[in-house]
Each structure stands twice: as C-alpha cells, then as structure tokens.
Design a binder for this molecule. Structure first.
Ligand SMILES: C[S@@+](CC[C@H](N)C(=O)[O-])C[C@H]1O[C@@H](n2cnc3c(N)ncnc32)[C@H](O)[C@@H]1O
Length: 204
C-alpha cells in the first residue's frame, strides 16, 4: 500500500536504526514468515516489530478469529496506527526486550509462535542477545520462532553474529527460500525447539 510505504519511509527518516528498512516487507515474505501459525486450535502468537502491519495482516488471516495475537512495537506512530486498524490484535507499545514481563502481566504462560520483523542486523550484540533471550524465555518447548534477514546483508558481522546466536539457541534452524521480489530480497529463518535451560524436557 502506498500510504503504508510513505508512513514507513517517514519513520525510517526519524528513527533509521530502529526502523531498519526504508520500505515495509512484501506480501510473499509475509506469507513465508507466518507459515508457522497453526490453522487449528487457539495459539498464542507474538509478533515483534510489526511496523505498518504486513505480517500482522497475514497472521490475522491465518488465525481467522482464533487464538491471541500480541503485537509488540516500540514506535508510537506504528503502534497507534496498528491498534486502530486491527482491533482484534492486542498491540503493546513497548521494547521487545520486555516480552517476559508483558506475558507475565497478562498471565500468558508460553507463546506457540513468535514472529519477528525486528531489524536484527542493525542491533548491537547486547541487544540481539537480550531480545533473543526474551524470545527463548517466552516460547514453549514446541514453540516456533521465525524471523527474516536481508539477503545482501548476510555477510555482515551483525548478521553472521545473529545467525550464530540462533543456531546456539535452537535445536533446529532452517533457512527458507530467498524472496527475490521483496525489496530488498530477503529470506526467513525457521527456528524450532528452543534450547531453554529453564524449560522442561521436550515432549516426544
Ligand atoms: C524492518 S521494520 C519491519 C516492519 C514490518 N514487520 C515489515 O516487515 O514491514 C522493524 C520494526 O521493528 C520495530 N522495532 C525496532 N526495535 C524494536 C524493539 N526493540 N521492540 C519492538 N519493536 C522494535 C521498528 O519500529 C519497526 O516497526
């Protein structure tokens, strides 16, 4: 949507590092990154960094009125617009680092799926680790975490560091296809079975 693109670009000018991109993601990437949202049951889906809501819409389509969708966005403009457009999504204006407190305040035990739109490669090491720790702490033993990376940025140090954090934090990390139509081209990391030292044994 053109208005989403202009809102996004304006927020990039104001907050370049936190926004981390000049344009919102495209619908094909949104479909790939939300494929882990179950089409049955009542899952708790946490979305980090929804921005103008391209992943939000895809999650809502898959949930089709089921479950609980918590969207955590640090930028007040994005958070306000998103809450107005998606009354069935619980939008929290907060830093993703505080995910554990957010779930505890709502007496939500563990998330089934965490979907990240965060700009990991723009984060310093300490922030990457702190947010990933919060994600791991929020996921159940069978929980799934999906996040994306820009293809051109994969060789950079922060992107490589983040990938190695992921492989240390999950039993399985698979890399999805490159979505060449995304601007810029991007791919999804699908991460399963968090290696959470505080969690119980994996169910067989
Ligand atoms: C690259 S944009 C992605 C937006 C959207 N998911 C998309 O793909 O079009 C990154 C988003 O993460 C948000 N963000 C950055 N740091 C954050 C943090 N610590 N906690 C929550 N949201 C954050 C930004 O405000 C922005 O909306």
């Amino acid at each position: 949507m053109i208005s989403d693109a202009s809102t996004f670009f304006a927020q990039f000018i104001r907050h370049p590092l936190a926004t981390g991109a000049v344009l919102p993601s495209g619908s094909t990437l949104a479909r790939d990154i939300t494929a882990a949202v179950p089409r049955v049951g009542h899952p708790l889906v946490v979305e980090l960094g929804p921005g103008t809501g391209v992943f939000t819409r895809a999650i809502q389509r898959r949930l089709a009125g089921r479950g609980h969708h918590l969207a955590v966005e640090v930028n007040p403009k994005f958070a306000t617009d998103l809450a107005r457009r998606h009354p069935t999504v619980e939008v929290v204006r907060a830093d993703a680092t505080n995910l554990g407190q957010m779930l505890a305040q709502r007496q939500l035990v563990t998330a089934d799926v965490v979907i990240s739109g965060l700009p990991w490669a723009a984060f310093p090491a300490g922030r990457q680790r702190a947010i990933l720790d919060a994600v791991i702490g929020a996921l159940g033993a069978d929980g799934v975490f999906t996040t994306f990376a820009y293809r051109h940025a994969l060789p950079t140090r922060p992107a490589r560091r983040f990938h190695s954090l992921l492989t240390g934090a999950f039993d399985e990390v698979t890399v999805g296809r490159t979505v060449w139509t995304n601007l810029p081209p991007a791919l999804v990391y699908h991460c399963r079975r968090p290696l959470n030292p505080d969690a119980g044994p994996l169910t067989s």
